[in-house]
Design a protein around this ligand. Structure first.
Ligand code: ZN
Length: 657
């Protein structure tokens, strides 16, 4: 493992103990093989002068909610070290009591809550303490002879302790085990199935010890030949429908829409193709804290993923029933990840952020499990220990807080013509409301346009059925289905009167403004049928109720589209799919309307540009964002009982009213 310490980078952090703590914490955080998504914690003991001028010994420990990778000084909770040490000497305390006492020990009530491992940090008598959930050490520990193997590697340089629950119990275990320890001879403490602690009076040495000890474990693993993890799979059409059905089943167990991300990289496929995958993927997690993100085990899917997800739910209920003391609240029974035999893995999550976290944990798990198998057999903690973490009183307490949910959390929205104008505004509006959004456009720029994890740009020519099919499959593989289709792509051709209208021009205009919409709808309907509060929103035009001279082909195409939408509303109503139409008018903040074009148009009506832009009953300028707001509203609960409707967004037009 590479040691990332660099004297030049460290220099700006040398002015205080806490600043240096920030620097080496970030070094740990940068390595995913040490800490993943908020895992691990660090601390420093230092002297602080309070408002009265008195000096006090303070333990700065990582606050909850902060990630080591990006932590700042404000991310450390300042606790009174004498209080922490006294807490460590109590013979018993519940974790709820501990949480309260830790909060009360802080010298700044506005600081984040101290880590549940604070007392342990306080009991280690050295200035800097680093704690990671290192993959390499934990992988070796999670095997039949894990403790012996680690003993062979580290001999007496490291204290190896059996697994106990993190929190007060763990602090007590370390306190008892190190009463007669000469800390100067000890390089670290391994907590089996959990992680590694290093410590030193000097920040760099504590960090160096972490890297060195982990490197030794990595060297050891290198000498062991890992199982093959590479595989390939060519998806067929039916797979995508099965995936969408599995997502539906998982969401039903979850109680809200979930995303389903099909991991088809060679490692996920290789893992899913292992002969004994069903056995090894259901033994348990790498470390128990992963359970809070991933649940204890994978769902195993094969020919009927939806039914197999349901069966996971039943087994989970059984796991709860056989471990609860009768006072616990059962969590949802939906899986967080599944192994789809020979086809890869699936991550189920309420939003893209969580999906990414689970996906990363899964990547690390795949490697750890296979190393463990080679080292004599992967062996996770027993079910009851995992349950204890999953149903920890501190975790159960969080259930009482009302979770903050965005209106479109877990939902998948597909927008066509999304690289500019109204389409782009729709993408941004949906993603700000929690949706996973896929932006389709023929312009390759669409791939780079949205710099957000929850938004994907895909190049698609919606006049080609093949291109549509590939794009829809890609959406389903990324997020598990389609809940909302915003069929927006279109063109506004140059003014052409009937007498000058060439057949080719008419064909092209109809193709993009009518046929292509039908093609996209047709490809999405099978998935919308499996969607959550599914709906289609068609971008029509004011020209439908109020056509204008020179826009015959465009008006006819949009009218055909509107009529198709009305028919679709009739056909799809029984599936619960709503189809509504928007009639925007005079939206000038799009690419085609340059200042020059606007001036010309305005002049032809004898108006100034401003008058032209606001030439409606309300005297309001209509923007892409205004139209996007209407589209989001139509997809939301305000329109839950409305289908086949046509709504203008035009500031009021006397020919439409
Ligand atoms: Zn830990």
């Amino acid at each position: 493992m590479k040691n990332l310490w660099n004297d030049k980078d460290a220099e700006p952090f040398t002015h205080s103990d806490l600043a240096l703590r920030v620097y080496t914490s970030r070094l740990l955080g940068q390595n995913e093989n040490l800490v993943l998504h908020g895992g691990g914690n660090t601390s420093v003991k230092t002297i602080v002068t309070d408002i009265f001028g008195d000096k006090e010994e303070i333990l700065y420990v990582k606050g909850s909610g902060w990630d080591l990778k990006t932590i700042e000084e404000a991310g450390f909770s300042p606790t009174r070290l004498d209080v922490i040490r006294r807490l460590g000497q109590l013979s018993a305390m519940t974790d709820m009591e501990m949480t309260r006492e830790l909060a009360a020990s802080m010298i700044d009530p506005g600081a984040p809550s101290p880590s549940v491992e604070t007392i342990l940090h306080g009991l280690i008598p050295l200035k800097y303490v680093d704690h990671s959930h290192t993959d390499a050490v934990v992988a070796i520990s999670n095997t039949l002879n894990g403790a012996d193997l680690l003993k062979q590697i580290y001999a007496d340089r490291v204290l190896i302790l059996p697994y106990v629950m993190p929190g007060f119990k763990l602090a007590k275990q370390v306190y008892e085990a190190t009463r007669n320890t000469d800390w100067r001879t000890l390089e670290g403490i391994i907590l089996l199935h959990h992680g590694l602690f290093t410590f030193h009076g000097d920040a760099k040495t504590s960090y160096d010890n972490m890297i060195n000890l982990v490197s030794e474990a990595e060297e050891y693993l290198k000498s062991v030949k890992a199982l093959s993890t590479e595989g390939e799979y060519e998806a067929v059409d039916e797979d995508y429908l099965k995936l969408a059905k599995a997502r539906k089943a998982a969401s039903n167990l979850f109680g809200y829409a979930m995303l389903a991300n099909w991991k088809r990289d060679q490692f996920s496929i290789g893992y899913s193709s292992l002969d004994k995958i069903e056995d090894i993927a259901t033994r348990g997690p790498v470390t128990p804290d992963h359970t809070l993100q991933t649940k204890r085990i994978a769902a195993i899917l094969s020919e009927s993923p939806a039914a197999e997800v349901d069966s996971f739910g039943e087994k989970y209920q059984h796991y709860f029933d056989s471990n609860t003391d009768g006072n616990l609240v059962c969590l949802d029974t939906a899986p967080r990840f599944a192994v789809w035999k020979n086809k890869g893995c699936i991550v189920f999550a309420p939003n893209v952020k969580r999906s990414k976290v689970i996906s990363d944990i899964l990547d690390h798990t795949i490697i750890a499990v296979q190393c463990g198998e080679v080292l004599g057999g992967w062996q996770a903690l027993p079910e009851k220990d995992i349950f204890e973490i999953e149903y920890w009183e501190l975790e159960q307490a969080k259930l009482k807080l009302v979770p903050k949910r965005n209106e479109f959390d877990g939902k998948v929205v597909l927008v066509t013509g999304a690289a500019s104008g109204i389409g782009k505004a729709c993408v941004e509006a949906f993603s700000s409301k929690g949706a996973a959004v896929v932006a389709l456009d023929i312009n390759p720029e669409v791939e780079k346009l949205f710099d957000r994890e929850d938004t994907r740009g895909i190049v698609c020519d919606i006049t080609s059925d093949d291109s549509i099919r590939d794009a829809v499959h890609s959406v389903v593989a990324s997020f598990g289905g389609v809940d909302v289709l915003v069929s927006n792509a279109g063109s506004f051709p140059a003014s052409t009167r009937l007498e000058q209208m060439e057949s080719e021009f008419l064909r092209e205009t109809m193709q993009l403004n009518f046929n292509a919409h039908v093609g996209v709808m047709r490809a999405c309907v099978p998935f919308l049928k499996l969607g959550f509060d599914p709906s289609i929103i068609l971008m029509a035009s004011k020209n439908v109720p109020a056509p204008g001279p020179g826009a015959g082909a465009y008006s006819a195409a949009k009218s055909a589209l509107t009529q198709m939408g009305r028919v679709a509303a009739m056909e799809l109503g029984e599936e619960g799919i709503r189809v509504n139409m928007v009639h925007p008018n005079a939206v000038f903040d799009t690419g085609i309307w340059t200042q020059e074009v606007l001036q010309k148009r305005a002049a032809s009506y004898g108006l100034s540009v401003d008058e032209y832009k606001t030439n409606n009953l309300l005297g309001a300028e209509i923007t892409s964002v205004d139209v996007a707001e209407m589209v989001v509203t139509m997809a939301g609960k305000s329109f839950a009982k409305t289908t086949g409707a046509q709504v203008p967004v035009d500031g009021g037009n006397d020919r439409v009213v």
